[in-house]
Design a protein around this ligand. Structure first.
Ligand SMILES: Cc1cc2nc3c(=O)[nH]c(=O)nc-3n(C[C@H](O)[C@H](O)[C@H](O)COP(=O)(O)OP(=O)(O)OC[C@H]3O[C@@H](n4cnc5c(N)ncnc54)[C@H](O)[C@@H]3O)c2cc1C
Ligand code: SF4
Length: 464
């Protein structure tokens, strides 16, 4: 299948300029670019793109509306299935989901579904936002733990169905990783994240910030004296992992989580801020996922000379291709097939060097990727005054420890079935808290499924 119109390129901020600012990299489509790109869609009878979308957005329908210039209809079609279109249009790994399955991609370039979704969401927001239909109140209260994409998507669907939803969020701002993890230059906080959360709140969802479930309240007390009929746990996987190598306690070593949270949530990149983050000269970022790319590009914008150290090859990098491409354009260096073995400090306890070892790829592991194996005697050192560990995260054990009858697995994730039901009746879970660190859209999909299961559960109580 081919299409005569080439994929419409998207305008971006110049790489050299953006390496020194936190403004958004991608400018998105304007109206005429969006209409032209939408005209490439073949409106397949069995659209593979929809089957590959974890929240089943009606992609051909919304694209048809864009192609005819009816952006209002396009927006309503997307709103039926997605609570965070401007977020998803920016950060979803479309290349492995909808666009990865688009029929046009077999012989050419897939339709730019993500950029079209982003266009529609931005166009709608610039004209006052969307209005979403909501059922009358049914009088049942549901508590949601965590305001990341899982909690927001679950709340959105429940509120539309007439539930009285309260989100309890540990941090002082809602949004989860969208707010504290993904940097401003990929996902603007006020313009996009806060605006899409406002749409969820417009459905009547209440968000109580600075409430740590497991401390301030517990899941048991929410289901008991607080009078909630069900609880959804969408508390994410915010606990960083380290390598357990010598020198990880030196000054100048950060988890990517701390580094990004201080910059994004606490504005620490601003010079006038009271607790600024270190502006390191030579930074080594360890890891190869989206988190590593975000940490590297943030450190670069703070003036650092940044090297990403990754133990496999570029082919295995788990980060989105677009992010790796942007990082390279901006000047981030990559050192593949290398792994740190020690961080070396100066006499004042600050990082001065990092010792690494060369790796080669051996047999495939359980993930199907070839395992990196150290090459004996190949150690080498790199100068560094800061090391950022971006090695993945696990769920915080607090909720599991303070909730009776809630089963977790050996990785500390809440055990839940496909629809989010946990071992405890009335308690549902989804997103990174269940899967471990994954993606925004998978978390949203899990939140939506759990909302449907919560609805059935509460209706079944009424029949008893
Ligand atoms: C730096 C970074 C970049 C990423 N980039 C991408 C990307 O480009 N594309 C993509 O698809 N995915 C990306 N991801 C992954 C994606 O953001 C996550 O998979 C997704 O946010 C998970 O959603 P969630 O709702 O399950 O959890 P989270 O977003 O982690 O939200 C959980 C929320 O629960 C709160 N919470 C935790 N414990 C409690 C408690 N006890 N009481 C009350 N509240 C609590 C937390 O404060 C947090 O706000 C990235 C992740 C990171 C860290
Ligand atoms: S698979 Fe591609 S061409 Fe077919 S409907 Fe989806 S976006 Fe359009």
């Amino acid at each position: 299948m081919a299409n005569k119109i080439p994929r419409v390129p998207v305008r971006e901020q110049d790489a050299k300029a953006r390496a020194a600012n936190f403004d958004e990299v991608c400018y998105g489509y304007d109206e005429s670019e969006a209409v032209l790109e939408a005209s490439r869609c073949l409106h397949c009878r069995n659209p593979r793109c929809v089957a590959a979308c974890p929240v089943s957005v009606k992609i051909p329908e919304f694209i048809a509306a864009v192609a005819s210039g009816d952006f209002v209809t396009a927006s309503s079609v997307i709103a039926e299935d997605s609570s965070l279109p401007a977020v998803c249009g920016r950060v979803c790994p479309q290349e492995t989901q909808c666009e990865g399955s688009c029929i046009l991609g077999v012989k050419g370039e897939p339709v730019a579904i993500g950029k079209l979704e982003r266009f529609v969401a931005d166009w709608t927001r610039a004209r006052g936002g969307r209005s979403v239909a909501k059922a009358p109140s049914n009088g049942f209260k549901v508590a949601v733990v965590g305001s990341g994409p899982a909690g927001l998507a679950c709340s959105y669907d429940l509120a539309k169905a007439g539930y009285d939803v309260t989100i309890f969020e540990a941090l002082h701002k809602p949004g989860g990783v969208l707010e504290y993890g993904i940097p401003e230059f990929r996902l603007p906080k006020e313009k996009v994240v806060a605006a899409e959360i406002a749409d969820v709140k417009a459905l009547g969802v209440k968000i109580e910030t600075n409430v740590v479930v497991g401390r301030t309240v517990t899941v048991d007390s929410l289901l008991g004296k607080e009078g909630f009929s069900a609880v959804f746990i969408g508390s994410g996987a915010g606990l960083p992992r380290f390598m357990d190598i010598p020198g990880e306690n030196l000054n100048g070593v950060f988890s990517a989580n701390e580094f990004l949270t201080r910059n994004n949530l606490m504005d620490a990149y601003r010079d006038d801020y009271l607790t600024p983050v270190m502006h390191a000269r030579k930074v080594v970022v360890v890891g190869g996922g989206n988190v590593a790319m975000d940490a590297a590009r943030t450190a670069l914008r703070l003036g650092g000379d940044v090297t990403v150290v990754y133990r496999r090859t570029e082919k295995e990098l788990p980060a989105r291709r677009e992010e790796v491409h942007h990082a390279k354009e901006e000047g981030v260096r990559f050192m593949m097939l290398s792994n740190p073995v020690e961080i070396i400090g100066d006499d004042k306890g600050w990082v001065s060097r990092i010792r690494c070892i060369r790796m080669e790829l051996g047999e495939p592991d359980e993930s199907g990727r070839r395992s990196p194996v150290p090459v004996p005697g190949s150690e080498f050192e790199i100068d560094a005054d800061s090391v950022i560990m971006a090695l993945g995260t696990s769920p915080n054990p607090l909720i599991a420890r303070t909730t009776s009858g809630l089963e977790t697995n050996r990785r500390g994730c809440v055990v839940a079935d496909e629809d989010g039901r946990t071992s405890r009746p009335g308690v549902f879970a989804g997103g990174d808290a269940v899967t471990g660190a994954a993606t925004v859209i998978l978390a949203m999909g899990a939140g939506r499924k759990a909302a449907a299961a919560i609805d059935s559960y509460i209706k079944s109580l009424q029949k008893d």
